[in-house]
Design a protein around this ligand. Structure first.
Ligand code: NAP
Length: 542
């Protein structure tokens, strides 16, 4: 534990608001509620430091794929003025340094209980409070419960027959050891080629003796165009910060990418290719926004997908290998797209092998090896880059019990039900930051987080002032919002991939589209209208 924190252990705290999670969302909530709204707050955090996913995902090569300037808090001009990002896409250690700096600067640590994983939260109808219990014995009681537990934080470890017999090391990208892991000269198998896999694979390939990558579904990835920022770059970024922030706030994605009104089909083939080449050369994640209809029009999407497929063929000269790496079964962007630095090229190295496990699935692990149905691979280390139980995992792992003894797991047995992604019927005074039913994962999550924090805080403040501190989403408002979330996703190509947006990442998880696909800008408008209408859809009582 590198920082002082509120004492943990077998004791009790009584506060206005219990916040679960001390990542970007939980810390923003703490600062706003405590320092701006004057409420008492305790943040319960499972990790031994603040940072959330940026605390746990310490794997080699981990960095953000949104520009650092846009993946920062916006509430403090002083913080902006004193913090300099060193690279276009900050590395995990630099992001963690930033979060710690914020926690120190705003004296947040004193209200964070580290090492305190929440196991249960119970609504006490008689007193109108939440009772929260942590694994370490800490208990907390608050009028409000805010779940700031992240969309991509419940680690997914696929079951693999015999894994406990493996004599080597087993690692997961999202739970990487804090102490250094030396992979030099070792035979390493990586399972998974999503955003984490595509970062860890090129990062470790040069130093390991042999790298075997087990790929189930090929990935669309475009070059990140990572760069170290010079003083001149930083000065320019600082100068444009106000306009850039305005662009973020008003964009559908929370990215500082200019919005085009052009369809991919508006351009002839040569113009379109030139445009894609320009985007390829600089856009990074913004490549998905090269035209305005890539996520809604299959013919348009095909032009981008074909362009990327052509680039994979250029990047990987062996045609058979290139074909294995080429996604063909779902539209570009329907699964969360990746940006990379040298991902496909890594497979040109003599010490790297690609195993297509869609052809020959993983079968078992023995003391020395990982076996597919056809082949044995002797390994010293197995790295799971298999992602998360997305969006609902971190909310459903603890047992949260609302009104009439109903648990959130029961309430959400057919998929998550929320009003505005912020609250759920039957769970009074419980709020979710960046949860299912909000845009969260479909854009720059930092923008969603800050909007949620402001909106929830204002709701609590106004309800206190109006003498109606008990706040609950009405069942009909929740049902209507779920219909809106489905309707926003229905015309998009998101529906055409087995993605974690749709709950396809965990066997048996309900297949419903979880984030709100109507865009951040529209969502912000919806939330503002609800507030202006006296928090329409919420029941507020004394
Ligand atoms: P992910 O995108 O869900 O990818 C998981 C990978 O593991 C996929 O290739 C998946 O294959 C494979 N996989 C999962 N279960 C498997 C199984 N049972 N057997 C074989 N393969 C299996 O997870 P992630 O890469 O950790 O990324 C998750 C999200 O975190 C990203 O989309 C992004 O939002 C965020 N993230 C961001 C950054 C960044 O900012 N740079 C970095 C890392 C992660 P299938 O596709 O076939 O399921």
């Amino acid at each position: 534990m590198s920082q002082p924190s509120a004492p943990t252990g077998d004791h009790h705290v009584d506060v206005d608001v219990v916040v679960v999670g001390a990542g970007f969302a939980g810390l923003a909530m703490l600062r706003e509620l405590r320092d701006v709204r004057g409420m008492s707050v305790r943040v319960l955090e499972a990790g031994d430091d603040v940072g959330g996913v940026w605390f746990w995902n310490r794997y080699p090569g981990a960095r953000c794929d949104v520009d650092s300037t846009d993946y920062s808090y916006t509430f403090s001009p002083e913080l902006d003025a004193e913090w300099d990002w060193s690279e276009r896409y900050a590395t995990q250690p630099e992001i963690l340094r930033y979060v710690r700096h914020v926690a120190e600067k705003f004296d947040l640590y004193r209200d964070v209980s580290l090492g305190s994983r929440v196991t249960t939260a119970d609504w006490d109808e008689a007193t109108g409070h939440w009772d929260v219990v942590c694994e370490n014995g800490l208990t907390a009681r608050g009028r409000y419960l805010v779940m700031a537990t992240g969309c991509l934080s419940a680690v997914k470890r696929p079951e693999l027959d015999g894994i406990e017999d493996f004599a080597g090391q087993v690692l997961h990208t999202a739970d990487w050891p804090a102490e250094p892991v030396d992979l030099t000269g070792r035979r390493v198998g990586v399972i998974g080629t999503g955003s984490s896999g595509i970062q860890v694979i090129p990062a470790i390939a040069p130093s390991v003796e042999q790298l075997v990558v087990f790929q189930r579904t090929p990935t669309f990835s475009v070059p990140a165009r990572h760069q170290v920022l010079t003083d001149a770059d930083r000065a320019a970024l600082r100068a444009e910060l106000p306009q850039r922030r305005e662009l973020l706030r008003n964009s559908p994605t929370g990215l500082s990418v200019p919005i085009t009104r052009r369809s991919a089909l508006d351009d002839d083939e040569e113009t379109r290719r030139r445009h894609y080449e320009e985007q390829w050369a600089s856009a990074g994640f913004g490549f998905l926004l090269a035209y305005n209809d890539l996520l809604v029009n299959k013919a348009s999407n095909d032009t981008a997908a074909d362009f990327i497929r052509g680039k994979i063929a250029e990047r990987v000269p062996d045609p058979e290998l290139a074909e294995k790496l080429t996604p063909r079964t779902y539209p570009y962007g329907a699964k969360r797209p990746c940006v990379d630095t040298g991902f496909y090229e890594t497979f040109n190295r003599p010490n790297v092998t690609l195993v297509d496990i869609s052809e020959s699935p993983l079968a078992k692990v023995t003391a020395t090896s990982l076996h597919t149905t056809t082949t044995e691979y002797e390994l010293d280390v197995i790295v799971f880059a298999t992602g998360f139980d997305a969006m609902t995992g971190s909310l459903l792992r603890p047992t949260i019990t609302g009104r009439d003894g109903e648990t959130l797991r029961e309430h959400w047995r057919s998929g998550p039900l929320t009003y505005l992604g912020l609250a759920t019927a039957g769970f009074p005074n419980m709020f979710i930051v960046a949860g299912p039913g909000s845009p969260s994962l479909l854009g720059n999550v930092m923008v969603s987080i800050e909007q949620h924090v402001d909106w929830i805080s204002e709701l609590l403040t106004r309800s206190a002032a109006e003498g109606t501190p008990t706040i609950e989403a009405a069942p009909d408002a929740e049902a209507e919002w779920v219909v809106r979330v489905n309707a926003a996703a229905a015309p998009t190509l998101y529906m055409e991939a087995a993605s974690y947006y749709l709950g396809a990442e965990v066997p048996g998880k309900p297949r419903v589209f979880m984030p709100y696909a109507g865009g951040l800008r529209r969502y912000r408008r919806e939330c503002d209208e609800v507030a202006q209408a006296g928090y329409r859809g919420f029941t507020r009582t004394a």
